[in-house]
Write a protein that binds this ligand. Structure first.
Ligand SMILES: Cc1cc2nc3c(=O)[nH]c(=O)nc-3n(C[C@H](O)[C@H](O)[C@H](O)COP(=O)(O)OP(=O)(O)OC[C@H]3O[C@@H](n4cnc5c(N)ncnc54)[C@H](O)[C@@H]3O)c2cc1C
Length: 265
């Protein structure tokens, strides 16, 4: 499957929205239950690839590694089935990487090969309150999730970014307590520190979503499980990316990291 770039929009200095469409998305359907953290696997061919812009990633798996497309995973920010438009919001984090720089340079007519979508989280509708925590990479999933929290229900959203110009609106009918935190010169503890200021009574029925940078997610998960007493069943936790590692390096150690994280509590 592939999408053709229809338009792009610079949402903030660190976020580019890419809207894909075209006949290459025929057959795109959201998973059962319409998850709000649905994601697609994107495939970026290396410069000078011997194959064209439209390809089947599975058919290329025997090529030497440097000729294979680079894989990255991104959230479905929106799928408009009537218009056949898929919206993906990319964090742009400097010149490093593949997906961020691609999004920054994307032009109408560019082609992006993708597989999916998959995913399974959608906030349950009967929780007493909701908690969503993450960084810019989780804004798409948190924005989509916040939009389906029942009207009037307490929802606390903690998001960390580089400064006020990087903040985005979160639209919801819930009773929203949105807190933007700005990274310090030694980033990593902002979300966990703020979380400690929030009164979350033990045993409270809180539907929780914590996605973003790996070490930050791990510390928050541990705090919520061991100090607040939340249950694992009510928590969606996902270390999306890891500071200092590109996605190849991160995927190589992710399984062990997640196993160690599971041992925390
Ligand atoms: C299920 C899932 C859904 C995701 N959804 C989204 C999404 O909707 N939008 C989104 O932007 N990301 C999302 N991510 C995270 C994204 O896949 C990673 O950030 C990915 O590493 C970016 O690839 P890249 O090629 O730009 O950079 P890489 O080549 O992977 O990394 C290059 C350098 O940039 C750093 N880096 C990577 N990501 C970030 C970041 N977010 N902020 C700062 N530095 C970074 C790395 O540590 C490395 O030093 C998702 C991840 C998962 C697992």
């Amino acid at each position: 499957m592939h999408g053709t770039v229809l338009r792009t929009e610079r949402l903030t200095p660190s976020m580019v929205r890419v809207v894909l469409g075209g006949e290459g998305l025929a057959g795109f359907t959201m998973p059962d239950g319409d998850p709000t953290d649905a994601y697609v696997n994107l495939a970026f061919p290396p410069a000078g690839a011997s194959y064209g812009p439209v390809f089947d990633p599975k058919a290329l798996k025997d090529l030497p590694r440097e000729e294979q497309p680079v894989r990255r995973r991104y959230t479905v920010r929106d799928w408009d089935a009537d218009a056949g438009e898929l919206t993906v919001d990319f964090v742009v984090h400097g010149d490093a990487g593949v997906a961020g720089p691609w999004a920054l340079g994307a032009q109408p007519g560019d082609v992006l090969v993708l597989q999916g979508p998959s995913g399974g989280y959608r906030p349950r509708q009967d929780a007493e309150r909701y908690l969503m925590v993450g960084d810019e990479s989780a804004i798409p999933a948190i924005a989509a999730s916040a939009a389906v929290v029942p009207a009037g229900r307490p929802l606390t959203v903690l998001l960390v970014c580089d400064g006020p110009e990087h903040e985005l609106p979160i639209t919801t009918e819930a009773d929203l307590d949105l807190r933007w935190l700005h990274r310090s010169a030694d980033p990593g503890s902002e979300l966990a520190d703020e979380l400690r200021t929030i009164d979350l009574p033990a045993g409270a029925d809180v539907c929780t979503f914590v996605h973003g940078e790996a070490e930050e997610i791990r510390a928050i998960r541990k705090h919520l499980l061991t100090e607040v007493g939340m249950s694992r069943a009510d928590m969606s936790c996902s270390p999306y990316w890891r500071r200092t590692m590109d996605d190849e390096a991160w995927r190589a150690v992710k399984k062990d990291f997640v196993a160690a994280m599971e041992q925390d509590a």
